[in-house]
Design a protein around this ligand. Structure first.
Ligand code: ADP
Length: 152
């Protein structure tokens, strides 16, 4: 069976926390589509093309990882790509509360879909794209928070 997972997110920008979740999930799936959800109402801090380029660069030597963008419902995108799994990371109880609602609603709309959660590695549990954006916006050095080889 071809086990495809979609890892949806804004990845604005990708952090070491996201990278860690993806690398740890690799043994569980045949392929992982890291999919940037496009929001028609807000364009993001970093341009979509830049975010995609970083993802492609980081996972260029990992054939199981595909990079894509999508708009609309994540479940519709899962159906299009043949993915029966959504991958998400959990840092805190707040993440859990948020994810729980989305996970239940997604499964109501697409029976058979399973959301697989990986607990954040402790060293990344305080790391978020929004904090990285805040540091970047104020001229700070974000390199220790983003994967090697990218310098937003
Ligand atoms: P969204 O805009 O959907 O919240 P993000 O790009 O912020 O997307 O995050 C995508 C997924 O990665 C979410 O499941 C989020 O909980 C998870 N995630 C974000 N940061 C971390 C981290 N430091 N450690 C583990 N998981 C994380």
């Amino acid at each position: 069976m071809n086990k495809v997972a979609v890892f949806p997110g804004s990845f604005d920008p990708i952090t070491r926390g996201h990278e860690s979740v993806i690398l740890r999930a690799l043994p569980l799936f045949d392929s992982i589509v890291v999919a940037i959800g496009e929001n028609s109402e807000k364009s993001g801090y970093f341009p979509l093309e830049k975010r995609m380029e970083w993802l492609r660069r980081i996972f260029s030597s990992e054939p199981k990882v595909k990079v894509a963008s999508y708009s609309g419902l994540t479940i519709d995108y899962c159906q299009q790509t043949g993915a029966k799994y959504i991958l998400r990371g959990l840092r805190t109880a707040a993440d859990f509360d948020f994810e729980r609602g989305i996970g239940i609603m997604n499964r109501a709309m697409m029976p058979g879909l399973e959301t697989i959660f990986l607990l954040s590695a402790p060293e990344y549990s305080a790391l978020s794209s929004s904090i990285v954006r805040e540091i970047h916006r104020n001229g700070g050095d974000v390199r220790q928070f983003v994967p090697e080889g990218i310098n937003p």
